[in-house]
Design a binder for this molecule. Structure first.
Ligand code: UDP
Length: 314
């Protein structure tokens, strides 16, 4: 039975990956310092193949026993989180990735880094394919996340080239689903929360900027296929169905039946104007593409938010 470490395992994506791997029969060690993750995301796991360790992976990581896979998901991932925690964001992407790679090397484990579409910055090529090097402002407020992830990709490739480590790099595009925090700050959780409690939906700028949203179950399946593949170069995983943020706000008003209004507030600095993954490479080499319709994914996410709101204190 494979034994797998997931850093950031109590976060939104990490906790879904814990569930997925336990179902596949892995033994899972989940590590998280809980700055944006939450024990609630893993509270349902009763398996005796699962352990949780509270630890900040920017510090040396110690795991007893063998490991077959090290999956490095730990990082704040919402713009408001990395603006609030700029130095931890830089450290987990740089020092944390170095530590996780060193651990993988010591255990002779395969390694996967959760990278991001933010490595493309405010892209000048559209849709974004893996060969595009990006357009990132290193000294802007988003630079702490973007550059940490770009460094993470660079050091991952260096470990692959210099030490022959079996490494994978997934570039994750906007993803949504249950276990996003209600006050996570990203577009879908904000709009759902606002629509459900009757507040105005805050569209930043004029809402003409675009994103492409992938349901979490589709994303996890794509990443697992990458993990099992022999690929070492970065692979985009996301849903190519692109829409404006204004359209997304309207869809959420429709899905919730809310009477809330849309208000327009200033666009954050360096907010990318467009984003859409080119997933030809994943289709061809992983035989993967997203399957969940936005309307279905939004419904499941809305049910989760409704249940959470009953116990939520702003
Ligand atoms: N956005 C918005 N209102 C919100 C939150 C986000 O209009 O309440 C916009 C944001 O400016 C961006 C897009 O929605 O253009 C997606 O933002 P998110 O924070 O979800 O993630 P990003 O793709 O920017 O990392």
């Amino acid at each position: 039975m494979p034994r797998t470490l997931i850093t950031g395992g109590a976060g939104f994506l990490g906790s879904h990956f814990c569930d997925y791997l336990l179902n596949k029969g892995h033994e899972v060690v989940c590590m998280d310092n809980l700055i944006t993750g939450s024990l609630e995301n893993i509270a349902h796991i009763k398996s005796n193949k699962f352990t949780f360790v509270k630890h900040n992976v920017a510090m040396h990581i110690k795991v007893d026993g063998p490991l077959d896979y090290v999956l490095h998901f730990a990082s704040p991932a919402s713009p408001i989180d990395y603006l609030e925690h700029p130095i931890p964001t830089l450290k987990v992407g740089s020092l944390g990735t170095h530590n996780a790679l060193g651990l993988a090397e010591a255990k002779r484990a395969a390694f996967l880094i959760a990278s991001t579409s933010e490595v493309y910055g405010d892209p000048l090529i559209h849709p974004q394919e893996e060969s595009y090097w990006g357009n990132v402002n290193p000294v802007g407020p988003r630079g702490v996340y973007d550059e940490a992830k770009r460094f993470a990709e660079a050091i991952t490739m260096a470990y692959h080239r210099e030490h022959g480590l079996d490494t994978k790099i997934v570039r994750i595009f906007n993803t949504y689903g249950p276990r996003m925090r209600i006050r996570d700050g990203r577009a879908i959780p904000n709009f759902l929360y606002q629509a459900l409690v009757g507040e105005d939906l805050t569209v930043y700028g004029d809402g003409s900027q675009t994103r492409s949203f992938c349901y979490v179950a589709d994303l996890i399946e794509g990443i697992f296929r990458l993990l099992m593949s022999p690929l070492h170069q970065p692979v985009n995983i996301g849903n190519p169905k692109e829409m404006t943020i204004r359209e997304m706000a309207e869809k959420i008003l429709q899905a919730t039946g809310s009477k809330s209004k849309i208000v327009y507030t200033p666009l954050p600095v360096d907010d990318p104007k467009v984003r859409q993954p080119n997933i030809d490479f994943a289709k061809k080499h992983l035989d993967w593409e997203p399957k969940v319709e936005l309307s279905d994914g939004l419904k499941t996410t809305m049910e989760y938010f409704k249940a959470k709101l009953n116990s939520f204190k702003p």
